[in-house]
Design a protein around this ligand. Structure first.
Ligand SMILES: NC(=O)c1ccc[n+]([C@@H]2O[C@H](COP(=O)([O-])OP(=O)(O)OC[C@H]3O[C@@H](n4cnc5c(N)ncnc54)[C@H](O)[C@@H]3O)[C@@H](O)[C@H]2O)c1
Length: 413
């Protein structure tokens, strides 16, 4: 269904639960479109920062949008939900690393926290990336325990987020949205609400399909990256240039191989395939293998760095880029963090520095500026293609310095 639902705009009271990388931009955009938004977060420091007109995460232009929203009175933050027309849950959905099982405790807690405030006719949306069945069973279940029946006295839907960190404000508005309602009427109610701020197409389905679509998107990315990463291992063993191999293979009209790297991080691509594995354990050998391939990359990357350090006699190694992807400050689940740990283990007599223009403190990591690394490191390992690294003229390195480029920034063609 295309986004042709431009009915007369009526501002709604919206309660956004979870003010992180997804919830805060969503709340700020809704406020900028004229809705009255209460953002809820369990972290009092987050609530205080936002109410003071500030932001606690780095995302282009978010600071200005939040400040404007707070000053206009249309955006405020609170530690507890309030009665609203629309509730949007944007809380974390991590997995238990020891078992690879999904952790939906935050979703359950968020659903229970809104339950006393839900009224007949309200719309409840789960945006968190969730295992199939979560919207109906966990959110619907928590609300049912409080006496609310999805599709009968309130509308319930899942609308997964697929925004790109670094471009969240634009993608939140421009991306197509998949909306899965508990009933067709729930889908329609959610679509009408999203049409108040989304310019992309809005396509309707059921809850479980919408949940699965989001997981499939990221599992697909994970598999394609795993293939490129495996090629980098093959080329390392054969002493070939993986960038050249991929570039030439991609000249085939129906081949489109992605670029390899030091692993897959973040809380989406590195997590979501496990939700499918958990949902269908006997049917997901391939997805498990791709996860394992990507998870093995940081150790492999560290081994290559250690090998180069031994070969060159490097005394100081600088790891460039700690975030899990380009041009963001988020280093949760970052492969660079794992690379750092493995390099420390493999090079006990070498100084190991880390450098990230967007990250200013990391426990257990000796962070140095890019300038210090360029001036004093013998071996530089480029792990994240942040803008300052992409635009640096690497030909300026001294002859006694070595750069290992794990992101292909030196590739021009
Ligand atoms: N970050 C991304 O790029 C991205 C992209 C697409 C989808 N997602 C999905 O969106 C969801 C949210 O991710 P995020 O990156 O915004 O998480 P985040 O960790 O940045 O933010 C979550 C916020 O929720 C708060 N919170 C946790 N439990 C709460 C509760 N019961 N009540 C109120 N606040 C609570 C936390 O304090 C935190 O501030 C996840 O399911 C994630 O997989 C994230």
């Amino acid at each position: 269904m295309a986004n042709n639902l431009k009915t007369t705009f009526a501002p709604r009271n919206v309660c956004v639960v979870g003010l992180g990388y997804i919830g805060l931009p969503t709340a700020a955009i809704l406020a900028s479109r004229g809705h009255h938004v209460t953002g809820v977060d369990a972290n009092s420091a987050v609530v205080d920062t936002i109410n003071a007109g500030g932001v606690h995460i780095v995302e282009p232009d978010l600071d200005l949008l939040v400040k404007t929203g707070v000053q206009s009175g249309r955006l405020k933050a609170s530690m507890t939900p309030v009665a609203s027309d629309v509730f949007i849950l944007c809380v974390p959905t991590p997995f238990h690393p020891e078992s690879n099982q999904p952790n939906i405790d935050y979703v359950r807690a968020a659903a229970e926290s809104i339950a006393p405030h839900v009224r007949p006719g309200n719309l409840v949306i789960l945006e968190s990336t969730s295992p199939p069945g979560t919207t109906l069973d966990v959110v619907g279940g928590a609300l049912q325990a409080a006496g609310h029946k999805a599709g009968q006295d309130y509308h319930l839907a899942h609308c997964p987020e697929r925004v790109l960190p670094g471009a969240i404000l634009r993608e939140c508005v421009e991306n197509d949205r998949v909306i899965g309602g508990a009933t067709p009427a729930c889908s329609a109610a959610a679509a009408e609400f999203y049409a108040t701020f989304v310019n992309g197409d809005i396509v309707l389905t059921d809850c479980k399909t919408a949940e699965t679509v989001k997981l499939v998107e990221n599992a697909s990315r994970d598999a394609q990256i795993a293939f490129a990463n495996e090629l980098s291992l093959i080329c390392d063993r054969l002493n070939l240039d993986v960038w050249e191999v991929i570039r030439l293979a991609n000249r085939h009209p129906r081949v489109n191989i992605l670029q390899p790297g030091p692993g897959v991080g973040g809380h989406c691509i590195a997590v979501d395939p496990w939700f499918l594995v958990a949902a269908a354990p006997d049917a997901t050998a391939f997805m498990r293998a791709t996860r394992e391939r990507n998870n093995a990359m940081p150790a492999e990357t560290a081994t290559r760095i250690a090998r180069a350090a031994h070969q060159t006699g490097a005394k100081t190694v600088a790891l460039l880029g700690m975030a899990y992807k380009n041009d963001i400050d988020d280093f949760r689940e970052s492969p660079s963090v794992a690379v750092h740990k493995h390099v420390l283990e493999q090079l006990p007599d070498v100084k190991v520095w880390a450098c990230d223009p967007y990250v200013h403190a990391m426990p257990g990591v000796e962070l140095k500026s890019f300038e210090e690394c360029l001036a004093h490191a013998d071996l530089l390992a480029l792990l994240v293609a942040h803008r300052p690294f992409r635009f640096y003229d690497w030909s300026q390195l001294r002859p006694d310095q070595t750069l290992i480029d794990f992101k292909g920034v030196l590739q021009t063609g």
